[in-house]
Design a protein. Structure first.
Length: 265
């Protein structure tokens, strides 16, 4: 279970501005992501949803020539501060990607244990943490008798829950998910959604989704991004953020209403 204080799990974006080379991808973003809640990021393709998400744990800078201006605070600490190692940030802010990506050569157990091994945890702690993580990911009962089997032998939905277990094994404060259900069937999607609602008791969760019904079902707050054109170039812009119920029933910005009604996007 995550033992961090609630205050340390708040994420604050101050003038966050991602670039690809000289091209600005998104207009500066100022927003507070509340701790121990689910925040959804929605909007049409190309609006910068995933780009902003990757900025939250410094995955954006993995892209050649990509860079970030502005500040991202985890609690009171700027993850882009001088001397801050990206790997240290990613231990505190885990990420789950669109396609389930179990490590091919590793067993179910070792898929979850690998980060703990790299951090030098003792065997007894690893055993305990692997079980805790698989239980937290609602996967333990399905795999406890085949922990030595390949992670690739699992179904797509099980593989994604395995990736969530791997992400939370190091007990981060924040969990980021980039369209985690886009490749899954409805039953598996439902299980992931139930899992995220449970996990928010201990983690700050941010999810990018194209599925507006999913955002409405699981998110406490929703950020809406759109695409505008500046000097002939498309650029992402945060047009609205609010409680999810208000976004879907009484949006303030007409662009939000057009998007959720299907008139644009």
């Amino acid at each position: 279970m995550n033992t961090q204080t609630i205050e340390s799990q708040q994420v604050t974006l101050q003038k966050l501005t991602p670039f690809y080379g000289a091209t600005q991808a998104v207009q500066p973003v100022d927003v507070v992501i509340r701790p121990r809640s689910v925040t959804a990021i929605i909007g049409p393709s190309g609006c910068g949803k995933s780009t902003v998400l990757r900025c939250l744990n410094r995955m954006h800078e993995v892209v050649p020539n990509a860079r970030v201006e502005g500040t991202v605070l985890l609690g009171e600490h700027n993850i882009y501060g001088s001397g801050i190692e990206p790997q240290a940030v990613r231990r505190r802010i885990g990420m789950v990607f669109q396609q389930p990506n179990p490590l091919r050569m590793l067993s179910i157990f070792e898929n979850v244990a690998i980060g703990l091994r790299l951090e030098g945890y003792a065997r007894n702690i690893i055993d305990e943490r692997v079980e805790q993580s698989l239980r937290a990911a609602a996967l333990w009962d399905e795999v406890k008798d085949k922990l030595n089997h390949s992670g690739l032998a699992l179904s797509g939905g099980q593989q994604q829950r395995l990736c969530i277990a791997r992400a939370i094994a190091l007990q981060p404060e924040v969990l980021l998910l980039d369209e985690p259900c886009s490749a899954l069937d409805p039953v598996s999607t439902y299980k992931i959604e139930e899992l995220l609602i449970e996990l928010k008791q201990n983690y700050t969760i941010v999810i990018v989704t194209h599925n507006m019904q999913q955002a409405a079902r699981i998110a406490d707050r929703t950020l809406v991004f759109m695409v505008e054109r500046t000097q002939g170039r498309p650029i992402g812009v945060l047009v609205e953020e609010d409680d999810t119920n208000k976004i879907f029933t009484a949006p303030r910005d007409p662009r939000t209403e057009d998007y959720i009604s299907g008139r644009v996007g």
